[in-house]
Design a protein around this ligand. Structure first.
Ligand SMILES: Cc1cc2nc3c(=O)[nH]c(=O)nc-3n(C[C@H](O)[C@H](O)[C@H](O)COP(=O)(O)O)c2cc1C
Length: 401
C-alpha cells in the first residue's frame, strides 16, 4: 500500500521548531511527508533540517523544478495538508485565497482535508481580522485547532501557544483516518466530562472511583478532529495530556463538575457525560485528618446524595435543543439496567458498557452498546476508545441534523 501523503506547511513563527517533532511523528508512523515552509519559516528552521528529516526536497517557491509543476502537483496528490505553526499572516492568506508562494498555492490546489494549527501572540490571535479569517477557514471545511494557553515568545503568557506536537499529530491522525473534507461537527460547541470525581473525607482522604478519563479524552479528541469547539471538564485526570485545541476545565468533586458542565453547556449543542460522577459524598468534611482512637471503633461514614447532573441537563433538553449523552458503567444485567437508566435520566443516548476491576477502566479499549431514546441499539465491538467515540459523534451528528 502507498504511504499516506502528508504536506506539512510551516509558516514563520517561533514555534516552527516544534514542527520538527510533528514531522518525526508522521515519518515514523509510515507517512510520506513533503515539508513546504514559507520563506519566513526558514529564518527559524533551515531547509536542510526539513529535507533531512522528511527525505524529500524542500522549496518555498513555485519557481523550483518547474517541469514538475509543484505549485499544483503537491496539493493535488496530498491526502492531508497540515500547517503548523500557522501564522496570522498565513491564516489571512489562506482565508483570502492568495497564492504568492508554494504553500499558499498548495492550499488552493489541495482537495484533501486541511488542518491549521495557529500559533501567535494573544493580541494577534484575538484580533477581529484573525478571528474572521479563522471563521472563514472553518466555514470552508478546514479544521483550525484552537491554540493553547501558556508561555509565548519572550516573557509573555496567554492564548496563542502551539499545542503539543503529539496532540496535533493525534488530530491529524483522526482527520486522515476519516478522510472527509467537511468536518461534520464544524460550528458546533460540545461539552465532554471525563475522569472520576473525588469526594473528600478529610484533607488527605477521599471517596473516588477507578475511571481514568481516557474515554472522555478520546471523545474530546475525536470531536476536535471533526471540527467542533470542545470544552472538556476533567475530573482528576492527572497525567493525561490536554488534547490539542480543547478547552480543558479541571475539577475535583461532583459539585464542581456540575458547576463547570452547566456553565459550559449554556451555549453547547451537545453534552456527553463520560465522567464517573459519585452518587454520594460524605455528609461531613473533617477539617483535620481523621485519627485512629485506641480501643474505639471507627466512626461510620454518613453519605448524602450528590446532584444528578445528567438528569438535570436532560430535563432541559426539549427547551435547549441539545443532544445529551450519558454513560452507564454496569457490572451485571448490562442492557436491562441501561434501558432503565436511559428512561430514568431522560437523555438522548446512553452508552452502556460492562465494567470490572480489569475491564474498561484505564484500558485503551472499550466495547459498548449505545442505546437511543428512540429505541435504537448500536453495538460497538471491542476496539480503541476512539472508535466508540466516533460512533457516539456519528449518532450525535445525526440528531443535530
Ligand atoms: C522572532 C519572531 C517571531 C515571530 N513569531 C510569530 C508567531 O508566532 N506567529 C505569527 O503569526 N507571526 C510571528 N512572527 C511574524 C511573522 O514571521 C511574519 O508575520 C511573517 O510575515 C510571516 O510570514 P509567513 O506567514 O509567510 O510565514 C514572528 C516574527 C519574528 C521576527
Amino acid at each position: 500500500m502507498d504511504k499516506p501523503k502528508v504536506v506539512l506547511g510551516v509558516s514563520g513563527g517561533i514555534a516552527a521548531y516544534k514542527a520538527c517533532e510533528l514531522l518525526r511523528r508522521f515519518t515514523e508512523s509510515g507517512h510520506d511527508v513533503r515539508v513546504v515552509p514559507t520563506a519566513s519559516a526558514l529564518h527559524f528552521v533551515g531547509a536542510a533540517t526539513w529535507s533531512a528529516l522528511s527525505g524529500n526536497p524542500v522549496s518555498t517557491e513555485v519557481w523550483d523544478r518547474v517541469e514538475e509543476v509543484p505549485h499544483v502537483r503537491i496539493g493535488q496528490h496530498a491526502d492531508l495538508v497540515v500547517v503548523a505553526p500557522a501564522t496570522a499572516d498565513m491564516l489571512a492568506k489562506a482565508a483570502h485565497g492568495l497564492a504568492d508562494d508554494l504553500l499558499t498555492n498548495t492550499l488552493l490546489t489541495a482537495r484533501c482535508p486541511v488542518v491549521f494549527a495557529p500559533a501567535m501572540h494573544t493580541e494577534m490571535w484575538e484580533h477581529p481580522a484573525t478571528q474572521e479569517n479563522v471563521a472563514t477557514l472553518r466555514r470552508r471545511g478546514a479544521v483550525v485547532v484552537e491554540p493553547a494557553v501558556g508561555r509565548l515568545t519572550g516573557v509573555d503568557t496567554g492564548k496563542g501557544r502551539l499545542p503539543d506536537p503529539a496532540e496535533i499529530f493525534e488530530v491529524c491522525r483522526r482527520v486522515l483516518a476519516r478522510g472527509v473534507r467537511e468536518p461534520d461537527l464544524a460550528g458546533r460547541h460540545v461539552v465532554v466530562s471525563a475522569g472520576g470525581t473525588r469526594e473528600p473525607l478529610d484533607p488527605v482522604r477521599f471517596l473516588g472511583n477507578r475511571s481514568s478519563g481516557k474515554q472522555g479524552y478520546a471523545l474530546a479528541r475525536t470531536a476536535a478532529a471533526r471540527g467542533a469547539r470542545v470544552t472538556l471538564v476533567a475530573a482528576n485526570t492527572t497525567g493525561l495530556p490536554d488534547p490539542a485545541g480543547v478547552d480543558v476545565v479541571p475539577v475535583g468533586t461532583a459539585v464542581q463538575l456540575r458547576e463547570a458542565v452547566l456553565k459550559a453547556a449554556a451555549d453547547a449543542d451537545a453534552v456527553v457525560m463520560a465522567a464517573a460522577v459519585a452518587d454520594f459524598r460524605p455528609a461531613v468534611y473533617a477539617a483535620g485528618k481523621i485519627k485512629k482512637k485506641d480501643g474505639q471503633d471507627p466512626e461510620p461514614i454518613v453519605l448524602v446524595r450528590n446532584p444528578d447532573i445528567l438528569a438535570e441537563i436532560s430535563a432541559d433538553r426539549a427547551r435547549s435543543g441539545q443532544v445529551i449523552v450519558g454513560f452507564a458503567a454496569e457490572t451485571d444485567d448490562v442492557l436491562a439496567n441501561g434501558r432503565t437508566k436511559l428512561a430514568r435520566k431522560g437523555c438522548d443516548l446512553l452508552v452502556v458498557n460492562e465494567v470490572g476491576e480489569r475491564k474498561t477502566f484505564g484500558s485503551e479499549e472499550n466495547e459498548a452498546v449505545v442505546l437511543g431514546a428512540d429505541g435504537s441499539e448500536t453495538p460497538v465491538p471491542h476496539g480503541p476508545k476512539e472508535a466508540l467515540a466516533d460512533t457516539v459523534w456519528d449518532l450525535v451528528a445525526a440528531r443535530l441534523g
